[in-house]
Design a protein. Structure first.
Length: 354
């Protein structure tokens, strides 16, 4: 009898211990994914697939169409480079436009297959053409100057512009002449300009715009009509932009009074996920590894959860400067190299469309 009671007690203790372990595991998972105190979970090391030397550090990601990636070039505004996703057969093409009399200063290319846009927010002007011909026609002069532009579809672009108060806001323009501004998406903390700096992205799978702040741990998810969907946070703890702004009377302008703390350097969205190149080191991370690599944190836009982090190692002592997610690959511009990395199932199982 005593032996039976002892066995029962031991079984209960074992069950209780297992239960405690399960509860602790579930709790720790919830903390890591939703209430993270800046502790990263590193995924399996991403595998490098392909690499190509672009012979220039002036290239930037312009978008994709089918099996091709497109790169714009800051040094050659009317050039666009196309290459397959195995990073072979690089071809540089010259874009032809029907107007050369405009005071161009900041030309950029955005792809919305089967079309492409050539834009300059300082003029401002919008050209559009077909990728198969690379001939672009002047189609619109928006009512406002703009920056941080992103193509939503073949007739709509989203961008950052300024309100009547001179503060940064998000807006869009359609080729039919429709323009809209939402003054409530970007949230002012200090000056309404530097403190809300960031970049805009578009996920055609979710049909959502994503704005990632540069100086704080937040991103915004908006609908194509600029109505707010939701707000999310990156896992670091910098909730307020750590910048100092000074007014320079002689030039009637505001300038940074001290080097700012950059939080989210660059990003990409794809198939329901947000990839963010963070510039902040997390808890328990080796500073020596940080000198040799860049970190990309991955988030699920559907529930705002943190998934995992990836190390992208330097090439020839050059750090990552831009990323672009497509399919099961993450593309990175590092110095003058373009590199493709294969994403593991740890990441891809969270895609909105498998």
């Amino acid at each position: 009898m005593k032996t039976g009671k002892a066995i029962t007690v031991m079984a209960l203790i074992a069950a209780l211990a297992v239960g405690i372990v399960v509860v602790l595991f579930i709790t720790s998972e919830n903390i890591i994914h939703h209430r993270n105190n800046f502790v990263r979970r590193f995924s399996d090391q991403v595998e490098k697939n392909y690499e190509i030397d672009l012979k220039s550090k002036a290239y930037y990601f312009a978008g994709e169409s089918g099996d091709s990636l497109y790169l714009g070039n800051y040094d050659g505004p009317l050039y666009v480079a196309a290459l397959d996703k195995k990073l072979q057969n690089l071809q540089v093409h010259n874009i032809k436009i029907d107007r050369m009399d405009l005071p161009f200063r900041s030309v950029e290319i955005r792809i919305s297959a089967p079309y492409f846009y050539l834009l300059d927010g300082t003029v401002p002007c919008i050209f559009r053409g077909e990728l198969k011909t690379l001939n672009a026609k002047y189609v619109m002069k928006p009512d406002v100057t703009f920056s941080k532009v992103m193509a939503i579809d073949s007739t709509t672009i989203a961008y950052r512009t300024h309100s009547n108060k001179g503060e940064s806001v998000l807006g869009f323009s359609k080729l039919n002449g429709t323009n809209r501004i939402n003054e409530n998406l970007l949230q002012k903390q200090i000056d309404g300009n530097f403190d809300v700096d960031g970049s805009i992205y578009y996920d055609p799978i979710l049909k959502k715009l994503v704005y990632v702040y540069l100086y704080r741990n937040q991103y915004i998810i908006a609908n194509p009509d600029l109505s707010l969907d939701s707000r999310g946070n990156t896992i670091d703890t910098v909730s307020k932009a750590q910048i100092k702004v000074a007014y320079i009377k002689s030039i009637d302008a505001k300038k940074m009074a001290a080097p700012p703390l950059s939080v989210n350097k660059t990003a990409s969205v794809h198939n329901g996920l947000l990839f963010v190149n963070s510039e902040l080191i997390g808890k328990y991370e080796d500073i020596e590894v940080w000198k040799q690599a860049s970190v990309v944190d991955v988030y699920d836009l559907k529930d705002h959860s943190y998934i995992a982090s990836l190390y992208i190692y330097n090439i020839e002592k050059k750090k990552l400067r831009a990323i672009y997610a497509s399919g099961n690959n993450l593309y990175a511009l590092i110095g003058q190299k373009l590199v493709s990395y294969k994403l593991t199932e740890v990441i891809t199982k969270h895609y909105a469309v498998k």
